[in-house]
Design a protein around this ligand. Structure first.
Ligand code: NAP
Length: 544
């Protein structure tokens, strides 16, 4: 068999067929590389980016930072991670996060098996040899027994199609593809389209620096304070000491956080107690408004309404112009239906004389012009237009890779009529040796926690095939059907999952009920362990 040394140039490996090729050097891909490499497998990780970190490599816009606690949005596979890495803040900023991923890659000897600036164009399964033939942009090919897409949920940004975009003579920039050399915004007339987490973060960060900022909002969002602060040496010491316990705690938490869940429901307490509870929650900051809110806040519309009334009042308190405050208050979705952004003074920017809000539902954008943006009320001139318009979640990146089985069936094609069907969000019927991690039908929450059990499970599965000298693993249609029905049943239960949003895994343009698993980490682990213990019921194996 022909050697593939030219394909893996820049890495240490020069085998005929890799055990595994991981696509995507983000949170999931880096952990997958670590686990597979540690298990003695011949593995490589590729990414089209010039650096590691995935979403934390690309989203380097001003103000980009965690809204999960830094020390929980991290790996826990080695005590070294607590002994040698110190977070500076409770919610670290993008540069520090990117440094963290580079630290992990270097400290654990992973870089030798990472190939950057490498875009996967296609992957075709060769049944005769039981491997995937993967072609990179530029034509180089590599063969791998297992193909592991770790392409994430939010890796393909959406560029909206406004008429005349190409006519605009100023700078147009996406938050999700922010240039590493930065964008000069000082004193500039800036337009921002999009008010999700990215839009809110960038707006808050740049409002004081730009000449003027005009925010084009389609929907208001239920932003609540982040309350960031320094991570003290005492906290670092506690983190180090409790590292093992914290790891277990995270694995046992529904969404992979350290937050204590609130067991009481909204109507278990008096109105006075409820308001006091809301006040404390609001002031604590971060994602606890979601994870430690009353148990029924995301399920019972009446409970949700009481919380949103409270948050709406806070917005009214924070914005001087009451009519503008009302336009900022969401009117089209309950709290939690879209992922609620965390803010560091977002609403207060509207008290500045250089910041303005345009509600595009009332005043739609007609087109971009050479000098700015024309709405139904006229033309406004800008030097820079920032697009914080979100992502083609889950499927965007996969759509760009031509993945085909031995009969020439495309992955996307196979999902056309009924949407994706998976077993545990890992195995896909008709696509042997294709094992997803951190992808569709898998856990949503604190991502490093959510992907950990899945990567561990996949590693164990690959080791099992090695031990038994199996060359092929296939997922049965029945098992995938059953898991997908289970995913859909869970999604039916929460009111938030009935809103079309990337966060509920539900899209208006599709018949897919959700792409997200709402069962929580402990339940996923239990089901996954039962499948492994049964000798991988729902999967079949073919010997070499
Ligand atoms: P997003 O939440 O999908 O927000 C996209 C925004 O663009 C929305 O406000 C959307 O309006 C608006 N938009 C899209 N197309 C538009 C158009 N044609 N005209 C006007 N407005 C348009 O995307 P994101 O802000 O990048 O955040 C995505 C996810 O990334 C978050 O939910 C979060 O999970 C993650 N994130 C996390 C952090 C963090 O703090 N750690 C920071 C940034 C992002 P509608 O709301 O009306 O759709």
């Amino acid at each position: 068999m022909e050697k593939t040394t030219e394909v893996v140039a820049g890495t240490e490996s020069s085998v005929d067929v890799l055990d595994a090729l991981v696509i995507g050097a983000g949170v999931t891909g880096i952990y997958a590389l670590y686990k597979l490499q540690e298990s003695g497998l011949n593995v490589q990780l590729v990414d089209k980016a010039g650096g590691v970190g995935g979403t934390w490599f690309w989203n380097r816009y001003p103000g980009a930072r965690f809204d999960s606690d830094s020390y929980s949005y991290a790996y826990f596979f080695s005590q070294v991670l607590a002994d040698e890495w110190k977070w500076s803040e409770h919610y670290a900023g993008q540069p520090e996060i990117e440094r963290y991923f580079n630290f992990v890659v270097d400290r654990f000897g992973l870089r030798k098996n990472i190939r950057l600036n490498t875009e996967v164009e296609s992957a075709h399964f060769d049944r005769e040899h039981s491997y995937w033939v993967v072609t990179y942009a530029g034509g180089q090919q590599v063969k791998t027994r297992f193909l592991i897409p770790a392409t994430g949920m939010l890796s393909e940004p959406i560029t909206p199609k406004f008429e005349g975009m190409e006519d605009f003579q100023g700078t147009t920039v996406l938050t999700a593809l922010w240039p590493s050399e930065g964008v000069d915004l000082k004193g500039k007339r800036v337009a921002l389209i999009g008010t999700g987490s990215s839009g809110i973060q960038v707006a808050t960060e740049i409002a004081g620096e730009v000449g003027s900022l005009t925010v084009f909002q389609r929907s208001g969002h239920w932003a609540t304070p982040l309350r960031n602060q320094a991570f003290t040496p005492e906290e670092q010491a506690t983190f180090r000491e409790q590292f093992k316990e914290l790891h277990q705690k995270r694995l046992n938490h529904f969404g992979g956080f350290f937050h204590e869940p609130e067991l009481r429901s909204t109507f278990d307490v008096s109105d006075e107690e409820r308001l006091e509870f809301y006040e404390t929650l609001y002031n604590t900051g971060g994602l606890r408004v979601l994870t430690s809110n009353f148990a029924d806040a995301g399920i019972d519309p009446k409970a949700n309404e009481l919380w949103t009334e409270f948050v709406a009042d806070k917005i009214r308190e924070r914005v001087n112009d009451k009519e503008l405050a009302d336009r900022l208050i969401p009117s089209d979705h309950p709290f939690g239906a879209h992922r609620p952004p965390k803010d560091t003074g977002y609403f207060e920017i509207y008290n500045r004389p250089n910041v303005d809000l345009v509600s595009v539902r009332e005043t739609p954008i007609k087109r971009f012009t050479a000098t700015g943006i024309e709405t139904t009320e006229g033309n406004s001139e800008f030097d820079v237009i920032i697009l914080a318009t979100g992502f083609d979640a889950w499927l965007g990146t996969l759509r760009k890779i031509d993945i085909r089985n031995e009969e020439g069936l495309g992955l996307m094609e196979s999902w056309e009529s009924d949407g994706p069907k998976t077993l545990l969000g890992v195995g896909i019927p008709q696509f042997p040796n294709l094992l997803f991690v951190g992808g569709l039908h898998s856990l949503g929450g604190n991502l490093p926690a959510c992907i950990e059990p899945q990567v561990d499970w996949v590693t164990q599965l690959i080791q099992y095939t090695k031990e038994h000298e199996y060359a092929v693993v296939e997922t049965s249609e029945d098992a995938a059907e059953e898991w997908t029905d289970h995913v859909y049943d869970l999604a039916e239960k929460g009111q938030i999952t009935h809103t079309n949003a990337w966060y509920s895994g539900r899209f208006s343009s599709s018949n897919v009920k959700t792409l997200l698993y709402f069962g929580g980490i402990p339940a996923w682990r239990e089901r996954a362990a039962a499948i492994a213990d049964s000798g991988y019921k729902g999967m079949s194996f073919v010997s070499r």
